[in-house]
Write a protein that binds this ligand. Structure first.
Ligand SMILES: Nc1ncnc2c1ncn2[C@@H]1O[C@H](COP(=O)(O)O)[C@@H](OP(=O)(O)O)[C@H]1O
Ligand SMILES: [Mg+2]
Ligand SMILES: [Mg+2]
Ligand SMILES: [Mg+2]
Length: 352
């Protein structure tokens, strides 16, 4: 099955959305950042990116029935107090569309309609686009890493992924300070099922096939995890790394840029252990998962089961997500299960 048309449309959509987000990050105002009902942040860029990706996909693939599962919805933008924010999104988006040669000026209603195309629930049948318009909004607001993550689900399987990482240097971030200024920044990773993973610069100048690290000795491995302590359990990943014999300190960056960095071998392991009660959403992992899998990695939950994207908006998984290459996975799984067992059994004090 070829997904050429869909890949071309997805790359165009993510590239335009990435350029839009780069522009907005430079001029982001405090008033551009809102807080959603779940207390998580959302910005004019999250909304604008979702509207742009939805608009471009529908324009580039007119014939197909369009189903999009996306993180944001227009609810908060439709209430009276949000007219100014909506206008700002519209102006910022139209600037981008004009500078990208798209001869279309969107109205406020067009913006709301485009955002709301993302209301699909996904599921095991048919085709669904899966979009996180800005993954790592906290990183985006902080001026650090974030990603535009777009995937295609076909009959419940992720078959295509495009990951725009506007702030990720083209050079490895293995252990250097990823904000080092001399590097060109802005990467686009893409993969289709069975065809490998490629990385290009956002401006399309450089382009190469990438592969995950082939490290077999954990002592040489480094691992990636969230920047945000609220999103993962640092003590658990630390214990796993120690059991594995990993010497390097963790590389902590926001968003699915971690999957992109792993796909090109910047690190060998990704550990994600959300705190109790958190349910992972498919848009936080679909694109990253195929990008790193097609580059040679294994992605599983803490029980070693592959992630299942066919169950709607949520990933129902065991405890956390672990990623590494084929050679290290059995060692990693054992370290994970030993650490989880230790964490769940209370420390045995001296017998009284
Ligand atoms: N308590 C929590 N545990 C795990 N992930 C969480 C979380 N709260 C939010 N997230 C998710 O973590 C994503 C960012 O991933 P990372 O931690 O790798 O930077 C956020 O995506 P958004 O920024 O799109 O909302 C959000 O969906
Ligand atoms: Mg969010
Ligand atoms: Mg996200
Ligand atoms: Mg998001």
């Amino acid at each position: 099955m070829s997904y050429e048309k869909e890949l071309a449309a997805a790359k165009k959509a993510v590239t335009i959305a990435s350029r839009f987000c780069q522009k907005v990050q430079k001029v982001l105002l405090q008033s551009d950042v809102q807080s959603k009902s779940d207390k998580s942040p959302v910005t004019v860029a999250d909304y604008g990116s979702q509207a742009l990706v939805s608009y471009i996909l529908e324009k580039e693939l007119p014939s197909e029935s369009f189903s999009l599962v996306a993180e944001e919805d227009s609810g908060d933008l439709r209430n009276d107090g949000s007219q100014e924010v909506l206008q700002r999104i519209r102006e910022l988006m139209n600037d981008t569309l004009v500078s990208d040669g798209e001869n279309k000026v969107l109205s406020a209603e067009d913006v709301l309609t485009a955002i709301d195309s993302g209301k699909s629930e996904g599921g095991p049948l048919g085709r669904h686009w899966v979009l996180d318009p800005i993954d790592g909004t906290k990183g985006f607001v902080r001026g650090d890493q974030y990603a535009i993550a777009l995937a295609l689900l076909d009959e419940g399987k992720v078959v295509l992924g495009v990951l725009g990482c506007p702030n990720l240097p083209l050079a490895s971030i293995a252990n250097t300070d990823q904000s080092s200024s001399q590097n060109q920044v802005g990467c686009l990773f893409y993969a289709t099922i069975g065809s490998g993973t490629y990385m290009q610069s956002l401006d399309g100048s450089s382009h190469k096939k990438v592969h995950v690290s082939a490290i077999e000795n954990p002592a040489e491995a480094s691992f990636f995890e969230s920047f945000e302590a609220a999103h993962t359990t640092f003590s658990l990943s630390g214990s796993i790394a120690t059991k594995l014999g990993v010497k390097a300190p963790p590389v902590r960056i926001d968003s699915q840029a971690k999957y992109g960095a792993l796909s090109r071998g910047d690190g060998a392991i990704y550990l994600r252990f959300p705190h109790k009660g958190y349910r992972e959403k498919i848009w936080d992992h679909a694109a990253g998962c195929i990008v790193v899998t097609e580059a040679g990695a294994v992605v599983s939950d803490a029980a070693g089961k592959p992630l299942d994207f066919s169950k709607g908006k949520f990933l129902d998984l065991d405890t956390g997500i672990i990623v590494t290459n084929q050679k290290l996975m059995s060692l990693l799984l054992k370290a994970v299960q030993d650490s989880l067992r230790e964490a769940s059994s209370p420390p045995t004090g001296p017998s009284l």
